[in-house]
Every structure is written in C-alpha cells, then in structure tokens.
Design a protein around this ligand. Structure first.
Ligand SMILES: O=C(O)CCC(=O)C(=O)O
Length: 245
C-alpha cells in the first residue's frame, strides 16, 4: 500500500509540531461516522439532563465533547484503527501503540463555545510525556464554525503551566505568546496530526453549520500518570510490532 504520510510531513511534525493530511475517507464512510455522532450526541444530552447538573447540561448543548467514544460505539472503535492513524503511530509513537483517549468534539451551529489555548499533555502529565493527537475533520471546519488554531513550533516550548478556566470549564495554558497563531481549516476527512505539546485552541461556532471533529490520541503502551505512577488512559492496543492489532 502506498504511504499515507510523506517524508516532508514527518519533517513538518518535527519542526512545527503538526501537519495536515489529505482527505482520508470516502464520503460514505464519513456519513456513517456523522450519523453515529448524532446518535451519541442525543445520548449525551439525555445523560446530562438526567444528572440535573446545570454546567453539564449547558456543555452538552453548547460544546458537546464525548470521551472514550470507542466504548460507546462499535463504528468509532473500528474507525480509531483507520490506516492513517496506525501509520501516524508507526512514525511518531513507535511499533507498539495504544489508543490513549478518543473524543467526539462537536460544536452546534450559532452557539458552539470556544475552547482555550492548551497543550493536551497539560491535562494529565504522563510518563513518558509526549504522545500524538489526530484531530480529524468529520464535517468541513473553518474559522466561523470553530476550527482549530495552532501555534507552529510551540511544541518546543516544553510543558506550560495550565489552570482551570471556571467560565469555559477548560484547562488553559498560562501566559501563552499567541504570535504566529494560525487557523487550520479542513475539508471532511482531513486529519491534523500534532504533538501533545503543541499549543492549540478552537474558536466559537458563529456559523449556521455544525462543526464535527473526531480526536483519537495514541501513546506507547503502559503509560502512567507522572504524579502517582498509576496506569492511565484507555490502554486500548492498536499496533504491536508495527502490525495492526
Ligand atoms: O475540538 C476542539 O474544539 C478542541 C478540542 C481539544 O483541543 C481537546 O479536546 O483537547
């Protein structure tokens, strides 16, 4: 099979911390994933309403991020093992890789909330530290519907301190120098592959279009939380000895 990731993209990953692939799936495969997102979003809203927690209900309506999607959907469990993700693992994680975490990240039209600057490694400091995030456009994403933004090269700044943003319920990097920040608009099926040390954010959705993303992250097997030494993450094997599991 021809390589999906080129040498120039590996170089961009090393130097700038990210690159964006060509569209990787057929429109029928993406339709299937979108239909699954709608089903999961309905469940997510019902769970939030049943909890009676006002913050969870607001987030379910304005920034529905649904974690550990592979445990809720056979479609996404399969999707998380797509060839582009496994090839990214082989390049940037190693011959053995696990799904670390995966989320459905949607922003409803007109009132999808923004999400502040952060490094994914800032949420939970793991040992080893760095892993990869594969931010996948399931719908078209653009500035007005809340596409992601990155600061190229920021993965070389090391891990920045992060603090809870009580207004947005996010975990934001502190004292971010935003110079050089760029939006990363994508067509459906494109993937932004970046280091967990890369500073990124996403804007509000002020458009009439929903923004759908799927975000699997991959790490080496057996990773632990740095502070406690306890195993952490989904630890769901996807690659062993360079071969799909
Ligand atoms: O998709 C988004 O809006 C941002 C998601 C994100 O960066 C994250 O969950 O770490």
């Amino acid at each position: 099979m021809p390589a999906l990731i080129q040498a120039t993209q590996c170089e961009q990953f090393r130097e700038q911390g990210y690159f964006v692939t060509e569209p990787m799936w057929s429109s029928s495969a993406l339709d299937r994933v979108r239909a699954e997102f709608e089903r999961l979003h309905g469940e997510h809203i019902r769970r939030a309403e049943a909890s009676g927690d006002a913050i969870q209900i607001d987030l379910a309506r304005t920034r529905p991020f649904i974690g550990q999607a592979h445990t809720r959907s056979e479609v996404l469990k399969d999707f998380a093992r797509s060839p582009i993700y496994l090839e990214a693992c082989a390049h940037f994680v190693g011959p053995d890789a696990d799904l670390y975490y995966n989320q459905v990240v949607s922003k409803p039209p007109e009132h999808g909330k923004h999400f502040g600057w952060h490094q994914d490694s800032g949420y939970m400091v793991t040992k080893p530290l760095a892993y990869i995030t594969c931010w996948t456009a399931i719908s078209r994403t653009f500035v007005e519907n809340g596409c992601i933004w990155v600061i190229p090269g920021s993965h070389k700044r090391g891990l920045l301190p992060h603090a809870r943003n009580q207004v947005d319920q996010s975990w934001d990097a502190q004292n971010v120098d935003e110079s050089g920040a760029i939006p990363v608009p994508m067509e459906p099926g494109q993937v932004a592959i970046f280091s967990s040390l890369m500073l990124h954010k996403s804007g509000a959705n002020v458009s009439r279009d929903v923004r759908h993303g799927y975000v699997p992250q991959y790490h080496v097997p057996g990773i632990v939380e740095q502070a406690t030494g306890k195993r952490f993450g989904d630890q769901f094997p996807v690659l062993r000895g360079g071969l799909p599991v």
